[in-house]
Design a protein around this ligand. Structure first.
Ligand code: ATP
Length: 263
């Protein structure tokens, strides 16, 4: 069984190369993080006293303003950051997808990238070999798959990366919103694969500013604010509190139908 438990965890970033006063002046009030200046080195308190328990089947959305701590929390849950205070325990293999471009090598071919990226995301080589054709078909890259990645356009890279990411079988899938930022036409095609991917994964934590995508992939949510967990509940409850209105009010009938809600 996969699980993530976090107890009273905080994550601080010491800023070694900043002049305390000017940094504080520039940043305070503009973004969500808090900067402490009691110490000689200024510290950004990106996460403060987080306690959280996630279990198999959980599909959790992270919402909140820029700088609220969503990406830092994702990295804590992925085991990439250790808590500065408190503790975190992760049971299960993590597939972290923070940026579609990360882990892709410019100098090797698309096909080779499929293998390398798949292994990096925790897939056995044999399984990845079986999925190459499916990824090639989805990405519609044809002969380009034999070419080095540096010859691809941005859109072509996204197609390949999305094809790979949606082909894996993750125990714990940690997604940052970059994945929602691909071109709309291709996203429509990728949507179904993304929904299937989430169904296959044991657990999902997804940070995004796109309500539609959140409703399609998640059922519960956490609202992050200035490094704190401000609210935890159903996705609709949390988004209503965060945005000050019911998210369903502004959704098209088509979207509501897709996410399984009636008008
Ligand atoms: N490596 C770092 N070094 C210093 N400060 C950092 C670092 N990473 C994040 N922070 C700070 O921690 C706070 C939380 O940032 P985080 O990236 O987690 O926010 P976010 O909610 O993901 O924002 P966004 O929606 O803009 O992506 C911010 O104040 C940010 O400036």
């Amino acid at each position: 069984m996969v699980s993530i438990d976090v107890w009273n965890a905080s994550v601080d970033f010491p800023i070694f190369d900043a002049k305390t006063r000017s940094l504080k002046k520039q940043v305070l009030g503009k973004v969500g993080g808090k900067i402490g200046t009691e110490t000689r080195v200024p510290i950004v308190e990106a996460l403060h006293d987080i306690t959280l328990s996630l279990r198999e089947g959980d599909r959790v959305a992270l919402v909140g303003h820029n700088g609220a701590g969503k990406s830092t929390l994702l990295r804590l849950l992925a085991g990439i950051y250790e808590p500065t205070r408190g503790a975190a325990k992760i049971n299960g293999k993590i597939a972290p997808v923070f940026d579609l471009a990360v882990g892709m090598d410019q100098e090797i071919s698309g096909l080779e990238n499929i293998m390398i990226r798949g292994l990096f995301l925790g897939m056995p080589r044999k399984e990845m070999e079986k999925r190459v054709d499916d990824i090639a078909e989805f990405s519609e890259l044809g002969d380009y798959l034999q070419m080095p990645l540096r010859t691809y356009s941005t859109g072509m890279r996204v197609r390949l990366a999305l094809g790979i990411v949606t082909s894996i079988d993750p125990e714990i899938l940690i997604l940052d919103e970059g994945i929602g930022a691909v071109d709309a036409a291709f996203m429509a095609k990728a949507r179904e694969r993304l929904v299937d991917l989430v169904k296959r994964s044991g657990m999902l934590v997804f940070a995004s500013h796109s309500d539609d995508l959140l409703f399609e992939l998640c059922n519960t949510a956490i609202w992050m604010d200035e490094g704190h967990m401000k609210m935890q509940g159903t996705l609709r409850e949390v988004l209503t509190a965060y945005k000050g209105r019911d998210p369903f009010e502004h959704m098209s009938a088509e979207t509501l139908k897709r996410i399984g809600e009636s008008v």
